[in-house]
Design a protein around this ligand. Sequence first.
Ligand code: PAF
Length: 285
Amino acid sequence: MTVRVVETIAELRAILRSRRALGSIGLVPTMGALHDGHGRLIETARRRDQTVVVSVFVNPTQFNQAQDYEHYPRTLDADIVVCEAAGVDVVFAPSAQEMYRDGFSTTIAVARVSEGLCGRFRPGHFAGVATVVMKLLQIVQPDRAYFGEKDAQQLAVIDRLVRDLNVPTEIVGVSTVREPDGLALSSRNRRLKQDERRAAPVLFEALQAAAAAVRAGETDPIAVTESAERLIAREPLVRLEYLEVVSVADMQPADRIAGPVRIALAAWLGDVRLIDNIFVDATET
Ligand code: PAF
C-alpha cells in the first residue's frame, strides 16, 4: 500500500474518519529527518495499531534559538520514502501556517516536570512541545502515541499533560536506539563535524559509568555525577551543560539514590546540543 501524504488538518481528519472503523490509530509525532530511532517508534506502532500516522513538522515554537530552528534538517522527500518502506499509512506534513493560524494565542505550560534539566536551559521549549503535541493529539485523536526515551523529560512532560487534561491517548515510551559506539541516534548527529562525532560517544560512556556506580551501591547523586563529569572533562570538544540524577516520574533532583532514577545530561559539541540519559534502579543491584 502507498503511504498517503497530507498537508491539511481537514484532509487528515477525512482519511481518519474512515480508518477509525478498521481498528486502533497510532501516532508517531516527529520533526522529520527520520533515522532508525524513529524507525523503532514506527515499528512499535505498526505492531500495535491498525493505522499508523507519522507527523512531520518542525515546530517553530519549541526552538528557543532562531539559528537552531533554521539549521534543523528538513528532509521530507527522504522521510516519505522511509515511511513508505516502514508501512506507515499516513504522513501528516502541515505548514507552520496550517498549525498556527493567524491569531493563535494558546500555550500549554506543564509545571514542575518541565522546570529542571533542559527546561532550565531552554526557556519556553517544553511549553512549545506540550502545545504542539496537544494539537496533534486533538487533530489525530490516536489511541496511542509513541515517543522516544532519549527525550526522557519530554516523555515525562507529555505523560503529565495527558493525565492532567484527561486525554484518552495511551502514551508509549520506546527505548533509545544507539550507534554501535553508544551514541544515541538523533537528527542533530548529522550536524557534528568529524572530530566532534569521534568525541560524542563519551556522553554514553559517562552515563554508563554513573549507572555502574549506582549499581555498585553509591547513593549520593553528587558522587555519581562527579565521576561521570571527570570522564567527560577529559574530552576537550565536549562542553557539558548539565548532568543530573532525577526521579523517573517527575524529573526532580534526587537527594539520595534509593530506587529507580534517570541520569540525564545535555552537552554541546561545537554548535550542536545533544541530550542523553540512562535508567538505573538502585534496588536491582
Ligand atoms: O521529539 C520531537 O521530535 C518533538 O519534540 C515532537 C514530539 C515531535 C514535538 O514537536
